[in-house]
Design a protein around this ligand. Structure first.
Ligand code: SAH
Length: 380
């Protein structure tokens, strides 16, 4: 007899699977919960679907306007030139989504002599559904991407790396200060059989987990978030910087200075949802702490550039000029879409301020616009 896929050892929802895991192992940390919700091999949010676009749950900058990917492509090409145009080099994207950003970036990068010929494309992506979409989207580029689960798997040599809205999906742990002690926030099972927040009763050696700056300034009632995955990414970049040039561009929403506060959020069909109510069916993210990213990078002897607000970054790279050129060739309706998309990316009330851009590089590199240089020439 064939085993039923919905049999006792094979729960058909992530909620059921998590309840069994909690019964076996005890409450999950927020990071374990986020990891399961986003990347569970069977039920994870990214593992099982394409969440992007107006018909999906949320929309990202490259899906709003092609100008975003084009300007990032020029950034990659100019940065590569600054490295001395190494050939070959690895062009890496972390969490490429539908592949739209990379497709637009390659089209723009093709205007810089030798850039595409020298590039070997490496995509770090865990979702099989999104890997397939990325392959389809990049078919016309003429490049053959190689996929990896981890940045460490990308071969050595010079690297130009981009990551848009990748860090915000890396799991966070949450710690609460109460009565002068730290408690880790966890997820357990409620009396009604749903999920609920609880505190870990485990003894915590927070001196090893929480940065000193947080431990020194936190007050009773504060909640702080830390993102252990950032350290692993920065360490992988720093290890490469010892032997070859590397420049990594991180774009995400978050804050410039570290501060207490809970930022974990769930998004379903373009609206906020309860992070615990439908595990695996909503996107779960938390703000990126750019001060902490810069601090970890500095400790690993990387050069830190920025953060700059996304609006300032894109305008300095020539967003207005590119927008004018595209609108010049377009009918009225298309021109309106181009203009409103570009505005959404740079308007401080929309994505222009909340989203920030930080570059981490090896020595002797100062990519635009962190070098104060003018926008690169654009012919079409
Ligand atoms: N950069 C894209 C998508 C952002 S969404 C855009 O701007 O549209 C986050 C992306 O990161 C998705 O592709 C998701 O599958 C991927 N991802 C999430 N966690 C990951 C992990 N731990 N390792 C690799 N990829 C991950």
């Amino acid at each position: 007899m064939l085993a039923s896929p919905t049999g006792a050892d094979h729960p058909d929802t992530l909620l059921e699977a998590l309840k069994r895991r909690i019964a076996r192992e005890g409450p999950l940390t927020i990071a374990q919960y986020m990891d399961a919700c986003l990347c569970d091999p069977e039920h994870g949010y990214y593992t099982t679907r394409d969440p992007f676009g107006s018909g999906g749950d949320f929309i990202t900058a490259p899906e709003i306007s092609q100008i975003f990917g084009e300007l990032i492509g020029l950034w990659c090409a100019v940065t590569w030139q600054q490295m001395g145009a190494p050939a070959p080099f690895a062009l890496v994207e972390l969490g490429p989504g539908r592949g739209t950003l990379m497709a637009d970036a390659l089209r723009a990068g093709a205007r810089v002599n030798g850039f595409i010929e020298a590039a070997q494309l490496h995509l770090v992506e865990t979702s099989p559904v999104l890997r397939r979409l990325q392959g389809e989207r990049l078919e016309d580029s003429g490049m053959t991407p190689q996929w990896h689960d981890l940045l460490d798997e990308v071969p050595g040599g010079a690297v130009v790396l981009i990551a848009n809205e990748f860090l915000d999906a890396l799991p966070v742990r949450q710690f609460e200060r109460r009565d002068g002690a730290w408690f880790e926030r966890c997820v357990g099972v409620s009396g009604e059989g749903g999920l609920e927040y609880c505190s870990a009763a485990k003894f915590l050696n927070t001196n090893e987990i929480l940065p000193k700056s947080i431990r020194d300034t936190a007050r009773n009632g504060d909640m702080v978030e830390i993102r252990p995955g950032v350290d692993a990414i920065v360490e992988a970049i720093a290890a490469r910087a010892q032997t070859s040039p590397i420049a990594a561009l991180f774009i995400d929403y978050g804050h410039e200075t570290s501060a207490p506060g809970e930022t974990l959020q769930a998004i379903k069909t373009h609206d906020y949802a309860d992070p615990l109510s439908r595990p695996g069916e909503a996107d779960l993210t938390a703000h990126v702490d750019f001060a902490q990213l810069g601090h970890v990078a500095g400790k690993n002897r990387l050069q830190v550039h920025g953060p700059l607000p996304q609006g300032e970054f894109l305008l300095a790279l020539g967003l207005e000029e590119r927008c004018d050129r595209l609108m010049g060739d377009a009918d009225d309706d298309t021109a309106k879409t181009i203009s409103s998309g570009a505005k959404r990316l740079v308007d401080p009330a929309q994505m222009g301020e909340l989203f920030k851009v930080m570059a981490l590089t090896s020595e002797h590199l100062t990519p635009p616009p962190f070098d104060g240089a003018q926008a690169p020439e654009q012919d079409t």
